[in-house]
Design a protein around this ligand. Structure first.
Ligand code: NAD
Length: 346
């Protein structure tokens, strides 16, 4: 698997296709990405056989119905194992494209061209592909590693501030699990991210990829250490799902998850008060936490229970244990989770 990062490097695709003998290309994207960047990508593909398939933007597209409609179109367009499927979009497009590429005709080569900060630093890396089902995130999926991940910072110029925040969430997560200096660096340079400073974004992308690759290389199929990448996600996924994937995007929910899970870490005595409030003050610059009522907490815990089945029948929480370090815990008292979500402490 090759990873190329840079600014204005989309045109490098041509030599990649030629070197690897791909001339039949099937591009899966979403309506926004096609609107902003479809024409430019098309202009680079003259001389190739290519087709765009565009899906509605947003998490609701990560569904079995959309997968079925893509299969229909692949059959209609006679896509075979010599073809190349291209994910051209954010994490939603990347996850669904990878899933389609993993399953259609028992697997077709695909590449990722991530167009959101979140997808560039996280979802395009590591081979996890999948869709949501019955309100459960990523409940159907597989591992399918792209042949190439081409990351062009220039594509981020059209991204909304909310989607910059979403990408920053995962980068701050890398800081909290593996690189405390990175956490500080972002927290004190937030405006550079929102101003889309190219050097800053490329630096963040490269640092993030190196942390994720390092962890994934030791645990490719998510059996142990890779789970630390789920810091903020147990609670975050439940919040995302509770609000039917419409109130918070993935990264925003992960920020909330990291706040509540860090509080639990403090209450268990894994981190001291100072470090906890440092995390809280940095993350709340990006999103304001909520105080959940008893009924809401009941539903949130039910959603977490479903995650639990996926993880060997144990509630697994990733909690901070020191600056830039987390541990994996499966014995957290449910009352601590409830108190954290009640939010009477802030
Ligand atoms: P997304 O794909 O929904 O993109 C967010 C929004 O940005 C969409 O409206 C999209 O149309 C728009 N957009 C994309 N690129 C754009 C551009 N260049 N300019 C303007 N608008 C653009 O969401 P996301 O935050 O990229 O990804 C979230 C998804 O990623 C979730 O489904 C999450 O579960 C998944 N994820 C997967 C992994 C993994 O390892 N596979 C890891 C983290 C997250």
């Amino acid at each position: 698997m090759e990873i190329l990062t840079g600014n204005n490097i989309l045109a490098d695709l041509d030599s990649y296709f030629k070197d690897n003998g791909y001339d039949n290309l099937y591009i899966i994207t979403d309506h926004n990405v096609k609107y902003y960047h479809g024409k430019y990508l098309s202009s680079l593909l003259k001389g190739y056989n290519y087709k765009f398939y565009s899906i509605p933007p947003g998490e609701k597209s990560k569904s079995i119905d959309v997968v079925l409609s893509i299969y229909d179109d692949l059959i209609e367009n006679q896509i075979d194992r010599e073809s190349l499927i291209i994910a051209f979009g954010g994490g939603v497009v990347g996850d669904i494209t990878g899933f389609v590429a993993a399953t259609f005709k028992r697997g077709i080569d695909y590449i990722q061209i991530p167009t959101t900060l979140l997808a560039q630093v996280d979802s395009s890396i590591g081979g996890k592909v999948g869709i949501d089902y019955k309100g459960l995130k990523n409940i159907i999926g597989s591992f399918h590693f792209p042949k190439l991940i081409l990351i062009d910072i220039q594509l981020l110029k059209t991204l909304s501030n909310r989607d910059i925040t979403s990408g920053l969430a995962e980068i701050l997560k890398y800081g909290l699990i593996a690189d405390y200096d990175l956490f500080n660096y972002i927290s004190s340079n937030l405006s550079k991210a929102y101003n889309k400073d190219e050097h800053f974004l490329l630096d963040l992308v490269n640092k993030s990829i190196s942390i994720k690759q390092d962890i994934v290389s030791r645990d490719k199929f998510d059996k142990g250490e890779r789970r630390i990448l789920n810091f903020g996600h147990t609670v975050g996924h439940s919040i995302e799902s509770y609000f039917d994937f419409s109130q918070y995007n993935h990264g925003e929910a992960v920020i909330l998850g990291m706040i509540y899970e860090s509080y639990i870490g403090k209450e268990v005595g894994l981190i001291d008060d100072d470090y906890f409030w440092e995390i809280y003050n940095s993350l709340t610059k990006l999103i304001t936490p909520l105080k959940f009522n008893d009924l809401e907490i009941k539903y949130l815990l039910e959603i977490m229970e479903n995650d639990k089945k996926k993880l060997n029948d144990q509630t697994i929480l990733i909690l901070p244990i020191g600056k830039g370090k987390v541990g994996i815990f499966n014995d957290v008292d449910v009352d601590l989770i409830i108190n954290s979500l009640k939010g009477e402490w802030f």
